[in-house]
Design a protein around this ligand. Structure first.
Ligand code: FES
Length: 159
């Protein structure tokens, strides 16, 4: 199946606005990838090729950037992406056990969407919110001072 992608009108306007912020096109790559991921949900080959053509950056270079940053997804993810911190401070307060417990509760694996397509779980390094350890980021919201029960409860509320 030949899938296609192009920015919708609103995102194309945002793209053009991004270009005005940087001295060279390549410097706008990270925000542009965020924009593409926001529109498409993840960054498959055909989206990468579109960005490559649009920005005149080799696709291989874009793939390197995507694989370097764990906030970009080269596999399909669920409606809600949940980053569970397993770094040192959160781990001292049970972050790793919470992550493992969530995988078990939702019967899934790293980034793999749950069967209902609601949740992808991703363990992360420090989310920069150690003061509320152990914590997770649910889409763009931080939730802290968790235990496994409260983490499950929070995620069960997601659409
Ligand atoms: S170690 Fe978890 S937010 Fe910093």
């Amino acid at each position: 199946m030949n899938e296609t992608f192009e920015f919708n009108a609103r995102n194309m306007a945002t793209y053009n606005e991004y270009l005005t912020r940087y001295d060279d096109v390549e410097s706008a790559l990270l925000p542009v990838l965020h924009l593409a991921q926001e529109q498409n949900g993840w960054l498959p080959e055909h989206v990468i090729n579109y960005i490559s053509g649009l920005m005149n950056i080799p696709a291989i270079k874009i793939k390197e950037v995507i694989s370097f940053y764990d906030m970009f997804y080269d596999v399909p993810v669920a409606r809600n992406v949940v980053h569970v911190c397993t770094n040192i401070t959160c781990s001292m307060f049970g972050g790793r056990e919470i992550y493992q417990g969530l995988l078990k509760h939702f019967d899934t694996g790293y980034l793999t969407p749950t069967r209902d397509g609601r949740i992808s779980l991703q363990k992360m390094e420090c989310l920069g919110a150690c003061e509320i350890a152990p914590c997770m980021r649910v889409n763009n919201d931080f939730v802290g001072n968790l235990d496994l029960t409260s983490a499950i409860q929070k995620l069960e509320e997601l659409p």
